[in-house]
Ligand binder design. Structure first.
Ligand code: SF4
Ligand code: F3S
Length: 106
């Protein structure tokens, strides 16, 4: 599966959902996640993200591994998003931030 990681938090550009052939992105208030049970590993979304938030499961760094479980969990709770929408208002500012996980709105 592919996994949305920390860089997406506060940005939510949604370019990724435009290319997904199986509509497996789910939307929270300030983050998007991939449903690992639906992802067909096509890799199309990875290059679309302007903040480089999407990784193949096999490419996750050790400190990013927990995003695999987080995507699996939150995709069960959050609604599917199938149409692109504007990025969050302060996306440019959030793109520069680190350690954003504490700001994730579940
Ligand atoms: Fe969708 Fe393909 Fe990305 Fe999986 S890898 S989330 S199937 S676009
Ligand atoms: Fe997030 Fe990037 Fe998609 S910021 S919504 S993973 S295009």
């Amino acid at each position: 599966t592919y996994v949305v990681t920390e860089a997406c938090i506060g940005c939510k550009h949604t370019d990724c959902i435009q290319v997904c052939p199986v509509d497996c992105f789910h939307e929270g208030q300030n983050f998007l996640v991939i449903d690992p049970q639906s992802c067909v590993d096509c890799g199309l979304c990875e290059v679309e993200c302007p903040v480089d938030a999407i990784r193949s499961e096999s490419e996750l760094k050790p400190e990013q591994q927990h995003f695999l479980a987080l995507n699996a969990e939150l995709s069960q709770n959050w609604p599917r998003l199938v149409e692109r929408k504007p990025a969050l208002p302060n996306a440019a500012e959030w793109a520069e931030r680190e350690n954003k996980l504490a700001y994730l709105i579940r």
